[in-house]
Ligand binder design. Structure first.
Ligand code: ADP
Ligand code: MG
Length: 350
């Protein structure tokens, strides 16, 4: 028996040009049904363009987009089984919360009692039970965001597109909403396509991440994949903090690739009588150039004897953090495991 494994969304060599600007440049990917898929990249890298192409607000200049295995060329947004949640929520200010949530069913002509019952159910799902009579301006930012989510979910779309939906919230609330959004997605089982420029958000919430740069995807993979094995210098630098050594600096380290990245938390700093590096480890000598005591950790910048600089992040596990000014200028030895280095390829961004 053959299992019909149709992707929720497929991009086949899709480009969208605006004059000279290649907002999306030959983009191909598949998103599986029920997946939480993040599009991550800096501002202007083409994330929103790709989302608008899926929603049908834009048409590709070339290439083909399939939703559930069918090409959607020429299919208008309202005939696609897709809903979008925008960063600014776009709630109707004059309607109360319940009517906002029940908007989709109202447009479809559902009787009032039925659609308000559904709205109440959706409000319960996003933990806003009982707030249906309020107006949007009587809610907090996080509550408004959840109303926008409920208003999309009530339509039971097979695909939910979210464009930086937490961008307007402060950090604490954003982190709380990240956890809630992910839990809601698991509960409803709808495919979420989530656009963000925040790498922490993308890593924490998604099943897979596509890293965008200048209209192209540089890498697609699980959060751990993208973080531990960045495919390019751009990905290593954009997703998390990374050290990249090339040229003479890389050559001066025995056993290292010609160009590589290494994460700061993978490096051990030996400043005094600590244990020697294990056999087979990569070793570099240098001097502490600057350091920053961050409470839970200390961040050292070490100038290497062979040229280049490495950032080291050391967790403050013992309580006796080595963050004092007396560390400044100290000669140190750094070591890390060979398999923690990631060889680099040329990136499209220099
Ligand atoms: P992101 O969402 O990653 O910040 P966008 O997809 O919004 O990026 O934009 C990608 C590029 O396309 C940017 O250079 C942007 O200025 C350009 N762009 C987007 N929409 C239009 C448009 N309607 N007209 C011209 N240029 C556009
Ligand atoms: Mg955008």
């Amino acid at each position: 028996m053959t299992k019909a494994s149709t992707s929720a969304v497929s991009f086949r060599q899709v480009s969208r040009h605006y004059g000279e600007v290649r907002a999306a440049d030959n983009v191909s990917f598949d998103i599986e049904d029920g997946e939480f898929f993040a599009m991550l990249g800096p501002s202007g890298s083409g994330k929103t363009t790709c989302l608008r192409l899926i929603a049908g607000f834009e048409q590709p200049t070339s290439g083909d987009i399939l939703i559930h295995g069918k090409s959607v060329a020429g299919v208008p947004p309202y005939e696609r089984d897709v809903n979008t949640v925008f960063q600014d929520y776009a709630l109707f200010p004059h309607m109360n919360v319940a009517d906002n949530v029940a908007y989709g069913p109202m447009i479809r002509g559902e009787p009032k009692a039925q659609r308000l019952r559904e709205a109440e159910e959706m409000l319960r799902m996003v933990a806003l039970e009982g707030l249906g009579a309020r107006k949007p301006n009587q809610l907090s930012g996080g509550q408004r965001q959840r109303v926008a989510l409920a208003r999309a979910l009530i339509n039971k779309p097979s695909l939910l597109l979210l464009d930086e939906p937490l961008g307007a919230l402060d950090l604490k609330l954003r982190e709380q909403m990240q956890v809630e959004l992910k839990a809601i997605q698991r509960r409803v089982g709808i495919t979420f396509i989530y656009v963000t420029h925040d790498q922490g958000e993308a890593l924490g919430m998604s099943d897979r991440v596509a890293v965008f740069n200048r209209g192209r995807i540089e890498q697609i993979g699980s959060p751990a994949d993208v973080y531990e094995h960045p495919a390019s210098a751009f990905v290593a630098g954009f997703v998390g903090v990374s050290n990249i050594l090339t040229g003479a600096a890389a050559r001066s380290i025995a056993g290292a690739p010609a160009a590589f990245s290494i994460r700061p938390e993978k490096i051990t700093l030996v400043a005094g009588g600590e244990e020697a590096p294990p056999p087979g480890a990569c070793v570099a000598r240098g001097k502490i150039d600057s350091l920053l005591y961050l409470g839970s950790s200390t961040r050292f910048n070490v100038a290497l004897e062979g040229g280049g600089e490495l950032t080291v992040i050391e967790q403050n596990r013992s309580g006796g953090a080595r963050g004092g000014a007396e560390m400044q200028g100290r000669p140190v030895l750094l070591w890390w495991r060979r398999d923690h280095m990631q060889g680099m390829v040329e990136s499209s961004s220099a």
